[in-house]
Design a protein around this ligand. Structure first.
Ligand code: FES
Length: 102
């Protein structure tokens, strides 16, 4: 039997509440899957869908939790707004990837 020694070190929650759903949550999730694979971090990041995160007027909202980089994310959570399939990679590269401390 083989064991996977890698474990998830971050959670990314994409809001799929009704407002975010209408603004393209599904596309954001699909794009996130592609990005996590491209950056070779799909084994480290748990990508989830979430119910309304409380920022319905700010476009599709994504919440990042459980990062190993506590200095850059002292509150333990980070909210990203107005995420869409076209800007998701830029936002990931700038805001999220550095939090992985790789
Ligand atoms: S529906 Fe996404 S923040 Fe409310």
């Amino acid at each position: 039997m083989r064991y996977n020694l890698k474990h998830k070190i971050m959670v990314i929650k994409v809001c799929v509440g009704s407002s975010c759903h209408l603004k393209g949550s599904y596309d954001v999730i699909e794009q996130m899957k592609y990005i996590l694979k491209k950056y070779d971090v799909e084994d480290l990041v748990d990508l989830q869908a979430a119910f309304c995160l409380g920022f319905c007027s700010q476009g599709v909202t994504v919440k990042v939790e459980d990062t190993p980089n506590v200095e850059k994310m002292p509150d333990g959570e980070l909210f990203l707004h107005n995420v869409n399939k076209d800007n998701a990679e830029e936002i990931f590269a700038k805001e999220v990837y550095p939090l992985l401390n790789l």
